[in-house]
Every structure is written in C-alpha cells, then in structure tokens.
Write a new protein. Structure first.
Length: 251
C-alpha cells in the first residue's frame, strides 16, 4: 500500500511531460517523483483513441506496480482519452491536464486565442466542453507532427512549422497562444521570438502543480522528507534519458 513517502508517478507519451515535472518539483521539492515517458508508443495525439487508451493503461499498471501514491498525467492527449475512465476505476489521486483556455479567456482583450494542441486533444469531448464554456474568440489549431520535432530537438524545423501555421492569422488581433500539449512548452523561447510581445503564451503547468499540491494536502499525503526525481522510458534509454535530463535542467 502506498503511503505519504511513496513516489508520485508522472507520465507523458515522451519527453513533453518533463516540462510539467520541472514545475511539480519546484512546487513540491520534498516529494519523490517517478517520471515515465512512453516513447515506444509516441506520438499519442495522431493515433486512434482505443490504441492510446491501451498504452495509457499499460503505463498506469507500470506506475502502480511501483507503488506510486498519486499520478500526474503530464499529457493533454492522454488526459482527454483516459482520465475519466481511470478515475472511475482507481482509488489513487489522478491529476490531469487541459489546455489553459480558461486563463486565456479571463485575460482576453477582445482578440483571438490560438489553441495549439494535438488533433486528438482538440477533437475529444473534454476540450469540446471547455471550448463551449470559454471558447469565445478561440481558434483550435491542431499541430500534428510538432511533438516529434521536440522529441528530436529539431528546433529550426519547429520554428518553420510554427511560422507556417501562424501565416493565416493577423497576430495584431491575437491576444494569446495556448500551449495545449506539454511538448510545446519547450518551444516557448521560439514563440517568444516569433510572436509580437503583446501575445500572451500560456501553459497549464503551474495550475497542474497547484492542483497536485491541493490534492495531496487534502488526502494527507504530503511528504516533507523526500526530494528525488527518477526518469524512465519505454523507448531507447541510451538516447532518451540524456535528453530528459537535459530538458529537466531547462524546465
Ligand atoms: N505531450 C502530449 C500532450 O500534451 C502529447 C503529444 C503526443 O503524444 O502526440 O498532448
């Protein structure tokens, strides 16, 4: 049985969730984190939903076997596909992610909000419900192939990808860009360079970290004696783990 000293499982389809992990470790420095990147099955966002649900269940089994006390789904796509089902089946706290459309809507000054995410995140009911509530002025912008450019650190290509996708928009009328995929958070420096300074760039990482802290506190599961991070991948450890360490230092 996990207790307050057990690790917190954090996972994504690959290295994107490391951006979330950085924020979690900053917010809760005395917790032990076990990060799992399902690189073998990435990307999630362009595959059939049932297939991704199967991968996510596999990751959950792996984390539960490691006796985690809570799980953070550091992936918007996996949250959209699986969070509700997993919460109905499992007793442990499961914290998910969603594109930061609500904070964007609250800060909107009458202009557009571009929501960048995987095709699956934008298609599924979870985002559709969010959009129905906070979507005034919001434009969903599916970005198939963009997570792969982060996985391979192809930042010049990512820059070209973003410039091409932004061509259709007059940025003087855009108030915010929402990073609705945890991989895209690593593209923030490029976005800051190519977007005019008035455009807010929002991600859900800080909100997720606050939510984890709240849930652990409520369930009396806060650890005050730990402080470690362990990284794992279903992919090629020799190439993926050094990249994860590098990205964690950047996050
Ligand atoms: N990092 C992921 C997300 O937040 C998923 C990218 C993918 O696997 O397609 O949506």
């Amino acid at each position: 049985m996990p207790d307050r000293f057990s690790p917190i499982g954090v996972f994504d389809s690959g290295v994107g969730g490391v951006s979330v992990l950085g924020e979690l470790a900053r917010t809760l420095p005395y917790e032990d984190f076990l990060y799992y990147g399902d690189n073998l099955h990435a990307p999630y966002g362009t595959k059939p939903e049932a297939e991704v649900l199967g991968y996510v269940r596999g990751v959950m089994d792996h984390l539960i076997a490691r006796d985690v006390k809570a799980v953070v789904i550091a992936c918007n796509t996996a949250t959209s596909v699986a969070a509700a089902a997993l919460r109905s089946e499992l007793a442990l706290p499961i914290i998910g992610m969603e594109p930061a459309l609500k904070p964007a809507a609250e800060q909107r000054r009458g202009g557009q909000i571009l929501v960048l995410a995987t095709p699956m995140t934008l298609r599924l009911p979870k985002f559709q419900a969010l959009y129905a509530r906070y979507g005034e002025g919001a434009v969903p912008l599916p970005c198939p192939g963009l997570m792969e450019l982060v996985e391979t650190q192809a930042f010049d290509q990512a820059r070209r990808y973003l410039l091409e996708h932004f061509l259709a928009y007059d940025m003087s009328t855009v108030d915010a860009v929402v990073l609705g995929c945890t991989h895209y958070v690593f593209l923030r420096p490029i976005l800051q360079e190519i977007l005019p300074p008035h455009v807010l760039i929002l991600d859900g990482n800080a909100g997720t970290a606050r939510q984890l802290a709240r849930v652990l506190e409520q369930r009396d599961l806060l650890n005050r004696t730990g402080g470690s991070i362990r990284l794992e991948t279903s992919g090629d450890s020799a190439s993926v783990l050094p990249l994860m360490h590098q990205l964690l230092a950047r996050a």
